[in-house]
Write a protein that binds this ligand. Structure first.
Ligand SMILES: Cc1ncc(COP(=O)(O)O)c(C=O)c1O
Length: 447
């Protein structure tokens, strides 16, 4: 049986207050009105803010400023960060980049993925995973999503692979590793290069190894919302020296790895300028002093929240794949079933949740159905590279029903909501159960 709780009390503190517990039933009736309908919200405090910094970051930035070395062509901080991030992830090499998108672009170029190639990817991801494939004039081939884990469903690979398939980009969505036990053997079987999109998955592990080290390379983002943050920033990690060398050259206007960073001749390849600055590197090294402790807090809170939500009908936290030994918890993801909430649509549920002081999001929409993709693949470039018949087949096969369903059901909480005390998790669970108790009244509200 679900109980009513005083608005600013957690379930636990409430039941440890004998007088309140004795009065549970009348209080529940009096205080259980949903905030969206004029009741008191479960939570009025803000969740922890992001980013976090102190004197360490201030000193690091000032030191960089005063050094006069603001970029890697003369500074040393980017090199230092690369050494530290390689050590943190257990990879042989790290290349810092301007952002996660740049890390993915450098990977595709280093692996020589280009026009005519097909690249398999998950449709449950941020648009950058797709854009980098299109920027190479490669053909993105979406493989469906496993609705339980929110990750790429490896069973779809065999159906979508072709003679032109050159690479696969498994995305560790929300910070939870995709099922690499199933994806990597398929990639080997079909001779696909593997770029792990670990942009959301700092410190996540698959069977004790950091994600990003299991494919040919892994890409990370340090954009402002990420668990490791320098406003913008990114990194590519790899154990493959040749790949590192090629990615380095590509990211620095084609200049050779370990050569004069300012040379004006004898370029190793073509390239772009995708370099990180020394300011970002300095910030990242300061932020990295906190990353482990923050990761542990998120893990503990997420585990507790999952335990709390297990008993709530219609709320299904994303299942972790069997080999996941560490989730980065960039997002806490769950599925919402309106049937267990008297048919209240997800949109209304999220509004009611926000009114209770718990901000949630509905997450991604089906990426494979984004109208801009059709504009790209019907362009003269794509028609010339792939031909009408192949593009027609692509359109027919571009179906991901599991992903479509997931996009209708998903609810996300951000990583910062997992950084506070355990009582915050009590309040998240309490707000959800409060809405469930009052779903009948909520249903009557206009969406
Ligand atoms: C899954 C995924 N891939 C790629 C990116 C791109 O990273 P960035 O924004 O640093 O370019 C992001 C960032 O949001 C992401 O979440």
């Amino acid at each position: 049986m679900r109980e009513g709780v005083l608005p600013h009390m957690t379930r636990r503190t409430f039941f440890h207050t004998p007088a309140a517990a004795a009065a549970a039933v009348p209080l529940a009736a009096a205080n259980d009105k949903l905030a969206i309908q004029g009741g008191a919200p479960v939570r009025s405090a803000k969740f922890p803010s992001w980013p976090r910094f102190n004197q360490l970051e201030e000193n690091a930035l000032l030191d960089t400023l005063r050094s006069g070395h603001w970029g890697r062509t003369t500074g040393k901080r980017v090199d230092q960060f690369e050494d530290q991030y390689a050590r943190l992830t257990g990879s042989k090499h790290c290349l810092a980049t301007a952002n996660g998108t740049s890390a993915l672009i450098a990977s595709l170029n280093a692996l020589d993925i280009g026009p005519g190639d097909e690249v398999l990817l998950s449709p449950y991801t941020f648009v950058a995973t797709l854009n980098v494939v299109l920027l190479q004039h490669a053909l993105p081939v979406f493989t469906d999503t496993d609705i339980e884990t929110f990750q790429m469903d490896a069973r779809g690979i065999a159906q979508r692979v072709s003679d032109q398939s050159a690479a696969i980009i498994p995305v560790h969505v929300g910070g939870a590793p995709a099922d690499l036990d199933k994806i990597l053997p398929e990639a080997r079987k079909y001779k696909l290069r593997v770029i792990e999109d670990a942009c959301q998955a700092h410190l996540a592990e698959w069977r004790g190894k950091k994600v990003g080290t299991l494919g040919d390379c892994g890409c990370f983002s340090f954009q402002a919302s990420k668990n490791l943050n320098s406003g913008e920033g990114g990194a590519l990690i790899t154990n493959d020296e040749q790949l590192m060398s090629r990615a380095y050259s590509f990211h620095s206007n084609g200049r050779a790895w370990k050569a004069d960073a300012l040379s004006l001749s004898a370029y190793a390849s073509n390239g772009a300028n995708l370099r990180l600055t020394d300011f970002q590197a300095a910030l990242l090294m300061a932020q990295m002093t906190r990353i482990e402790e923050q990761a542990r807090t998120r893990e503990q809170n997420a585990a507790y929240l999952t335990k709390m939500l297990k008993s709530v009908p219609g709320i299904q936290p994303a299942r972790l794949a069997d080999g996941c030994t560490r989730n980065a918890w960039h997002l806490y993801m769950l599925r919402y079933d309106p049937a267990a909430f008297e048919g209240v649509p997800r949109k209304t549920f999220l509004k009611a949740l926000a009114a209770e002081g718990i901000p949630g999001a509905s997450g991604y929409t089906p990426l494979n159905k984004e109208p801009f993709i059709e504009r790209v693949i019907s362009s003269r470039h794509y028609r010339r590279i792939y031909g009408e018949a192949r593009l027609k087949l692509w359109r027919e096969k571009n179906q991901c029903p599991g992903n479509d369903k997931l996009c209708e059901q998903a609810v996300w909480f951000t990583q910062t909501m997992l950084l506070g005390p355990r009582s915050d998790m009590d309040q998240i669970a309490e707000a959800i159960t409060k809405i469930q108790r009052n779903a009948g009244a909520l249903k009557a509200l206009k969406a």
